[in-house]
Design a binder for this molecule. Structure first.
Ligand code: AP5
Ligand code: ZN
Length: 218
């Protein structure tokens, strides 16, 4: 299974990615998680990406495309993978297509921007695994701690309200066009294009999970 999860910041891509990856036994390739790990480790990539991410803008296409190409060449991607937060620009989508990567699905999760601001405010993350919680909607079993490791949860730097608004603006301008890109391609060339599925991301985490699995043919 090879698929793309498409959706605005805070739509629940990371939350649902964990369920999909577990079910299909595939790795989650989150360019956001990879960049945050690079920032934390202080690598040259991290130093380049840090300020851009904190501003809510997108990291350069070439850098991201190189990062993903290296990642999918690794052995654990041989039987499939899930792209979370990639591609995010038309240039990134073209690069995937030009590289001949065959995708089974593009799954769009749609959430109104008003709900997203609330979701981001309450988000807490476990940086080492990328696991994500919400203080109200998806609370950890023990306050402030990751369910599996018991390690501390943190708030992401780019979850401040101003930065969230900037990220939503960037999404509208640069990433939303991918909805058209993939849905048109699916209509015009169903044999070659990934199947396009769109679901509403409004509802409980479990409700969305059932819809996600139904959309992926469960
Ligand atoms: P990235 O890490 O990809 O962030 P994002 O796309 O902005 O998405 P988020 O991780 O914020 O949200 P999500 O959809 O995963 O939602 P989540 O499941 O956490 O990117 C960060 C930055 O890195 C970018 O701004 C950019 O600078 C850079 N970057 C990354 N990829 C790039 C690329 N390809 N090109 C260029 N730059 C790139 O859920 C959100 C919250 O809601 C959580 O608290 C969760 O518990 C809660 N929640 C989830 N589901 C529900 C529900 N059904 N009901 C209520 N609450 C829910
Ligand atoms: Zn995420």
């Amino acid at each position: 299974m090879r698929l793309i999860l498409l959706g605005a910041p805070g739509a629940g891509k990371g939350t649902q990615a964990a369920f999909i990856c577990q079910k299909f036994g595939i790795p989650q390739i989150s360019t956001g998680d990879m960049l945050r790990a690079a920032v934390k480790a202080g690598t040259p990539l991290g130093l380049q990406a840090q300020a851009v991410m904190a501003s809510g803008a997108l990291v350069g296409d070439e850098l991201i495309i190189g990062l993903v190409k290296d990642r999918i060449a690794q052995p654990d991607c041989a039987s499939g993978f899930l792209f979370d937060g990639f591609p995010r620009t038309l240039a990134q989508a073209d690069a995937v297509r030009a590289a001949g990567v065959r995708l089974d699905y593009v799954l769009e999760i749609d959430v109104p921007f008003a709900d997203i601001v609330e979701r981001m405010g309450g988000r807490r993350s476990h940086p080492a695994s990328g696991r994500t919680y919400h203080l109200t909607f998806n609370p950890p079993k023990f306050a402030g701690k990751d369910d599996l490791t018991g390690e501390d949860l943190v708030q992401r730097e780019d979850d401040k309200e101003d930065t969230v608004r900037k990220r939503l603006e960037v999404y509208s301008q640069q990433t939303r066009p991918l909805i058209d890109y993939y849905s048109r391609w699916a209509r015009s060339d169903p044999a070659a294009a990934p199947r396009y599925r769109a679901i509403s991301g409004v509802g409980s985490v479990d409700q969305i999970k059932s819809q996600v699995f139904a959309a992926l043919g469960d």
